[in-house]
Design a binder for this molecule. Structure first.
Ligand SMILES: *[C@@H]1O[C@H](CO)[C@@H](O)[C@H](O)[C@H]1NC(C)=O
Length: 333
């Protein structure tokens, strides 16, 4: 039963990966919309993705990593130089800034909707650790990337965390869950989370009013003083309220620059390709997709629709988890 159905922003029709959508003049709308099922703060809540033709897609596999150089947010642009397109990526927003619910792409479910992470039967929330309120950036992932848990990263010497690569979007707007935006990559932090490599990209929404000032990691230090230090501290302590030790970092917690970040994206994209082509062990990851036509996991639009429709949602009352979002932690020195 679809309890909630919210459609967002129509746009131009879909294409298979590889095919190119014709550039549209003055096309004002986003290319993707979301459809919510179940209630937020419940175990059954899911956010499915659709393309503009209204067909279900996977945000993990079917949204291209790179932004088509002919258009920017649907609007053809001449202002960006070609080399700037090398640095434009799609980002799927999972967690809006200053919220707590740990929403993420469900990598093990068909069509990979966004859902709230669950641990020991309970919904997970990021703690408010003085002076932070929830997530301190718009947080999400780059589609078509995967940190392979069977492959040792050459700079961290730890295997991947089995997820698409994470992004901290540092722009001034609070974005919404399920939004697909275009970001410029600025740098990267090598988090070692419980022994797994968990890269955190630092990026900015290209439509941010200040985006043109940001080109590399040094600009974050310059124009948003304290933000990188706060980011490092956030990742260091975020699991401490759950009784876990502080996290470690590659490179002693140094943020690497844009060039380094682009190399990491490239290698995680290669891992994702191997995954979709069934050239490596994907474990429980669900690779069902509708637009990667040469993948053995490719399915038709009709099959995708029946996959979504076969997921049943019990009427599940909103759970009372407000405490988790208001609890405050002071960890001291
Ligand atoms: C993904 O989900 C579909 C539908 O439930 C299933 O048929 C398939 O085996 C799953 N696994 C992979 C690897 O795609």
């Amino acid at each position: 039963v679809s309890l909630l159905l919210r459609l967002r922003r129509p746009g131009p029709p879909p294409t298979c990966a590889g095919e190119r959508a014709p550039a549209r003049a003055a096309q004002r709308h986003a290319l993707y919309r979301t459809e919510e099922r179940g209630w937020p703060r419940s175990l059954v809540y899911r956010v499915f993705f659709k393309n503009v033709a209204g067909h279900y897609i996977s945000p993990f596999h079917d949204i291209p990593l790179k932004v088509d150089s002919k258009e920017e947010n649907g609007i053809p642009t001449k202002k960006a130089r070609n080399d700037e397109y090398e640095n434009l990526f799609n980002m799927v927003v999972e967690v809006p800034r200053w919220t707590n619910a740990k929403m993420e792409i469900a990598t093990e479910e068909p069509l990979n909707p966004i859902k709230q992470d669950v641990k020991n039967g309970k919904l997970r929330y990021a703690a408010n650790i003085f002076l932070h309120k929830g997530y301190i950036w718009n947080y999400g992932a780059l589609p078509q990337t995967w940190e392979d848990p069977h492959q040792k990263d050459k700079s961290t010497n730890c295997c991947g965390d089995n997820d698409p690569i994470d992004v901290c979007e540092i722009g001034s707007k609070v974005l919404s869950r399920g939004e697909v935006i275009h970001v410029k990559i600025l740098g990267i932090l090598g988090l070692i989370d419980e022994g797994e490599t968990d890269w955190k990209l630092i990026a900015i929404n290209v439509n941010d009013p200040e985006a043109s000032k940001f080109h590399d990691i040094g600009d974050v230090k310059k124009f948003k003083p304290g933000y990188l230090e706060a980011t490092l501290n956030w990742f260091r302590v975020y699991k401490v309220p759950e009784g876990k030790p502080e996290n470690q970092f590659a490179f002693n917690g140094e943020f690497k620059n844009k060039a380094f970040a682009l190399e990491v994206i490239k290698s995680t994209h290669e891992c994702w390709k191997a995954l979709l082509m069934k050239k490596c062990n994907g474990g429980a990851i669900n690779c069902t997709n509708v637009q990667v036509c040469d993948s053995p996991f490719h399915c038709t639009q009709d099959e995708a629709r029946s996959l979504v429709e076969s997921v049943s949602f019990s009427l599940n009352k909103e759970s009372d988890e407000e405490d988790a979002e208001q609890a405050w932690y002071f960890l001291g020195k």
